[in-house]
Write a protein that binds this ligand. Structure first.
Ligand code: SF4
Ligand code: SF4
Length: 372
């Protein structure tokens, strides 16, 4: 059995968050069960883009601070690291806006720019994973609970996509344009990074067209923890109203033996009422889920789910240009899109700080009731 613990948590006051993380970890034997004195520990939040916490895009700094405190109390040496999608900047704006610079100053934890990489080969594919993952003794994954236009859900497993530094993510999107193939890449990254513990920020998350500025903040009101990221994701996926089998990266991770998505094999301990999310507004991308990429790619082409730019909302920041895998966006204010070469990866919509990019369906898609 895999154990997943859950606590209701209504707000982000630091003392309350600390208390609840204590509660989450108690059944496992506390943080000292994972961290021994002298261990180097990488804390990996979701820092996908520079945004205010009210938009519920990034892991809240109170949660990161509480985890850092607990690791340090256990004698661990903390590094905080993540890599947004664009070129690596020192320091990334998301560090300051997301509260990580303050946490580093207050606690002495170091911030790791994911500049250097380790080359890994897995299942015939090459991966460049940020070096801190192989330099530390332990990884603690601190994701954010959100819907995702491509993968439906982003949580424990998807958060590890940030282990691939900056623009190197583009190559992976190009290599795996369909959901099944992209899911396999996410599972490979879980296999390569192997977090020992996941603590989920589900106080405020997103529903609708997440996971970026177009997602809708939603008060889920919970925190979860588990050494099994697959089990933790499976519990949340079901609580959100998906069938677990619909979220392919969770299913594939379970099939690969990296955890379990079998709800019968997962014990949930704590305040289970905190998982009663009610009816959520979920992305409507189900149609493509179980379709192989050689079918889904031409289908996407036919129904032309493509980015649509709200020029009035665009600030001309160029972030969409930096992350586009096939490099089809030309910088400008507004930027220009060569939509014939678009692979519908949603990276531009995810990164846009203004929420200026939405995914547009043509009449064929609307008639068929598919797409976003
Ligand atoms: S669409 Fe968004 S990301 Fe692209 S330039 Fe405009 S504001 Fe920046
Ligand atoms: S335009 Fe946007 S959706 Fe299309 S390939 Fe580029 S980043 Fe992906």
């Amino acid at each position: 059995m895999s154990l997943v613990t859950v606590e209701a948590c209504a707000a982000y006051d630091l003392d309350g968050v600390r208390q609840r993380i204590h509660g989450l970890l108690a059944p496992f034997g506390g943080m000292r069960r994972f961290v021994r004195p002298g261990m180097r520990v990488l804390v990996k939040p979701n820092l996908v883009s520079a945004s205010d916490w009210e938009r519920a895009i990034t892991t809240h700094p109170s949660l990161v601070r509480a985890v850092v405190d607990l690791v340090q109390e256990a004698g661990g040496d903390v590094v905080i690291g993540d890599s947004p999608g664009g070129p690596i900047q020192d320091p990334p704006p998301v560090w300051r806006r997301g509260g990580m610079v303050d946490i580093a100053e207050q606690t002495g934890a170091r911030l790791a720019l994911f500049e250097s990489v380790t080359w890994e080969r897995l299942n015939g594919d090459d991966y460049f994973v940020a070096s801190p993952f192989s330099e530390v003794d332990l990884v603690i994954n601190v994701p954010k609970l959100k819907t995702h236009m491509l993968t439906l859900y982003t949580g424990a497993i998807k958060n590890l996509f940030g282990a691939v530094p900056g623009t190197r993510k583009r190559q992976l999107h190009l290599r795996a344009p369909g959901v099944p193939d992209f899911s396999r890449i996410l599972v490979d990254l879980l296999d390569l990074t192997r977090p020992a513990l996941t603590i989920m920020d589900g106080v405020w998350g997103q529903e609708g067209d997440g996971p970026g500025a177009r997602g809708t903040p939603h008060h889920y009101g919970c925190l979860l923890a588990s050494p099994d990221p697959v089990a933790l994701d499976a519990v949340l996926v079901q609580a959100m109203g998906y069938r677990v089998r619909d979220v392919l990266h969770v299913v594939q991770a379970s099939e690969r033996g990296l955890g379990t998505a079998d709800l019968e094999a997962i014990q949930i301990q704590g305040d289970r009422r905190a998982l009663d999310f009610g009816s959520l507004n979920l992305p409507r991308a189900y149609f493509f889920l179980r379709v192989p990429s050689w079918i889904s790619a031409p289908l996407r082409q036919a129904i032309r789910i493509r980015p649509a730019l709200d020029e009035a909302a665009c600030a001309g920041c160029g972030r969409c240009v930096e992350v586009c895998p096939p490099e089809i966006i030309t910088a400008g204010h507004p930027p220009r899109f060569d939509l014939d070469r678009c692979i519908a990866c949603f990276c531009c919509a995810e990164i846009c700080p203004q929420g200026a990019i939405s995914m547009h369906r043509n009449w064929v898609a609307r008639l068929a009731g598919v797409g976003i």
